[in-house]
Design a protein around this ligand. Structure first.
Ligand SMILES: [Zn+2]
Length: 310
């Protein structure tokens, strides 16, 4: 090919071609990094990521250093949204991709970082919480570091919540704070237990509150078959049981959780064996790359996500 023609072709494709393709995302979000991050977040030294035994704060330090290394900026001083839980000072970790502009539309990507600590009476006493919810956290970190390499027309908030296990305390605190600050929040994507493939197949998740918004439909337009309806989610009202819920309550916006825990694919929920060795890291990385694909597509195309009211 003529060199001028080649330059023209490259210029044309960079202006009009699809940004953030799956092959580009897959080349940047590496399974080895996913494995490394989740192994750190679920290691014994973090003692089940509870704030009483200080393991949570060690995990938080790791997340903050990760944010700094990946050019993610603090939304609040030191990345900390501080609050008290049973008289113990603790905090959510809140970062932002690029600059945070006050009047700009905002999306939030979140997962809870805390877990249930240790149980003194047993041989293996540490609740590592690899699936619950180091798997969701690694997803937020990987997606955030990918997005931080580009400029966007949205504010993108990355939140790792404290004290989910004690009743969504961290996410309630942040949702109320962001509401008071009049942040123009459009929608929230929360990740919860995505470390093991669903029984119906690989690279699939279900969405809590499936029929409440057009989110599942819009995701499946970008990643066909990725999001499924899961009847037990409705039966057990999982929509109200994770950190998406406070944002729905405060803002009345689409705020939903992606999960692959189908109650039968993993025996170690809130069990000391919830460890890295029992997870499917390839499938986890596929869920992360699929999620990065739909989120970057929504941002590039300014996709509207709306509640469906009957
Ligand atoms: Zn959880």
């Amino acid at each position: 090919m003529n060199i001028y023609l080649l330059i023209l072709t490259l210029l044309f494709s960079s202006c009009f071609g699809d940004k953030n393709t799956l092959s580009e995302i897959k080349s940047r979000i590496k399974i080895s990094d996913t494995k490394n991050i989740i192994s750190i977040l679920s290691s014994d030294s973090l003692k089940g990521r509870d704030n009483k035994n200080k393991g949570y704060f060690k995990a938080a330090d790791y997340v903050i250093s990760y944010f700094k290394k990946n050019n993610i900026n603090p939304l609040y001083y030191g990345f900390k949204d501080v609050f008290y839980s049973d008289s113990i000072e603790t905090y959510n970790i809140v970062g932002t991709v690029g600059e945070f502009l006050n009047k700009r539309k905002t999306i939030l990507i979140g997962a809870h970082l805390d877990h249930i600590g240790i149980n003194e009476g047993t041989v293996d006493s540490i609740y590592n919480g690899a699936n619950d919810n180091a798997s969701g956290c690694v997803s937020v970190l990987q997606i955030g570091s990918f997005l931080s390499q580009y400029k966007w027309d949205y504010n993108i908030v990355l939140a790792l919540f404290a004290e989910e296990e004690k009743g969504l305390r961290g996410s309630y605190n942040l949702a109320k704070r962001m509401k008071q600050e009049r942040i123009d929040l459009e929608y929230v994507i929360n990740f919860e237990m995505i470390g093991k493939e669903m029984q119906i197949g690989e690279n699939k998740v279900y969405l809590t509150g499936y029929e409440m918004s057009n989110l599942a439909q819009e995701i499946n337009k970008v990643v066909p078959g990725f999001v499924t309806f899961f009847s037990k989610s409705k039966e057990f009202n999982l929509f109200q049981r994770s950190d998406n819920y406070p944002f729905y309550k405060e803002f009345n916006i689409p705020s939903q959780t992606l999960s692959s825990f189908d109650f039968e694919n993993y025996n170690y929920y809130h069990h000391v064996n919830d460890e890295l060795d029992y997870l499917n890291i390839k499938n986890l990385n596929d869920i992360i790359t699929s999620s990065t694909l739909f989120i970057s597509n929504f941002l590039n195309k300014k996709t509207k996500i709306n509640l469906i009211t009957n």
